[in-house]
Design a protein around this ligand. Structure first.
Ligand code: GLV
Length: 327
């Protein structure tokens, strides 16, 4: 009998084909995220689940499912971040959890740059203005933005994605500062970046870009105190996870002109953002699309397919985040 796998929302077809070849596959074709109780009911009959970052797989779900169905073996997340899964509870229950590292670094790094350029040069604001058909002609004072080349970029978290962002900065002749939980001297040499503490990074950067996973230590890493430290002319870029920034504090800092602007791909309470953000001109808002190229989303999905296929066979998924369960 083929193992049973359920895919919680629509994902690129090559991945579905892979799963279907080896497993009895169910798919949530509606693409609307399931409720907690719907997920539990589904998972009670499965060997493995492919889920998206919109599925909150908490300890209660995992315990209830494992009690009812000892065959449940693997949760394969189609994302590099896996803060939506209680992987510690999964580990205790002997359930493998996997993610999709590596394949989205360049695409996500590109998008951090897209956000940075868009906010610096006011592209979204200018586009909205143009569409109103009220432009009377060129003017030397119109839509003055902020230069990017030659400025100081502050990267918080110089892991796989942060390093890509640093690499791109070389082309803009920027001074690049970074802060992280450790120093990476090899990267400093390779990318010409300089380690500083958090406070120095916030005080000296013209652009601060966040590339950390969401952890207890990184929750509200940027709050009122940090925004106060930033230059009034500086911009904040976030393509990591929403709760890394205290969104209410950010709104206040933007209203009080403590910083010049923000470009955000992620929000604390997705799909909603703080109400004031929708009305502000000095922000660029994107619906969590940093890895959203056809190529990359396909790679992420096929990687998740490989992970679930291994997991339901009782093998260690190639991108297992809790390999300790395999001894
Ligand atoms: C997207 O946000 C991801 O973590 O892959």
């Amino acid at each position: 009998m083929k193992p049973k796998v359920y895919v919680s929302r629509v994902i690129p077809k090559p991945a579905l084909d892979m799963i279907e070849k080896e497993c009895e596959m169910g798919l949530n074709e509606s693409d609307v995220p399931h409720t907690k109780s719907e997920l539990i009911e589904k998972m009670k009959t499965l060997d493995g689940l492919v889920c998206l970052l919109t599925d909150e797989i908490d300890a209660e779900i995992l315990k209830t499912v494992k009690d009812a169905n000892p065959n449940f073996k693997v949760v394969s997340n189609v994302a590099v971040g896996y803060n939506n899964i209680d992987w510690k509870a999964a580990t205790e229950l002997g359930i493998a959890v996997s993610n999709t590292p590596g394949v989205l670094d360049d695409t996500t790094g590109d998008f951090a740059w897209t956000l940075l350029m868009a906010i610096a040069r006011r592209v979204v604001e200018a586009d909205k203005y143009f569409r109103k058909k009220t432009w009377k002609g060129w003017g030397i004072m119109q839509f003055l933005g902020s230069d990017v080349y030659g400025k100081t970029l502050g990267i918080v978290g110089v892991g796989r994605i942060g390093s890509v962002v640093a690499k791109r900065a070389q082309g803009f002749d920027m001074k690049v500062l970074y802060t992280d939980v450790a120093r990476f001297e090899n990267l400093e040499k390779e990318l010409g970046i300089q380690y500083v503490d958090k406070e120095t990074l916030l005080k000296e950067s013209d652009y601060v870009t966040l590339h950390v996973p969401l952890l207890p230590d990184t929750t509200h890493y940027i709050g009122a105190k940090e925004l106060e430290m930033m230059k009034e002319t500086a911009y904040l870029i976030n393509a990591s996870r929403g709760p890394v920034v205290d969104e209410k504090a950010l709104v206040k800092a933007l209203q009080e002109k403590k910083i010049a602007g923000a470009a955000l791909d992620v929000f604390e309470m997705e799909p909603a953002a703080e109400p004031e953000l929708y009305e502000m001109d000095n922000v660029v808002l994107a619906p969590h699309i940093a890895s959203a190229s056809t190529e990359t989303r396909t790679k992420m999905a096929t990687m998740a397919a490989e992970n679930v296929i291994a997991g339901v066979k009782g093998l260690k998924p190639p991108n297992c985040v809790n390999p300790e369960i395999f001894g």
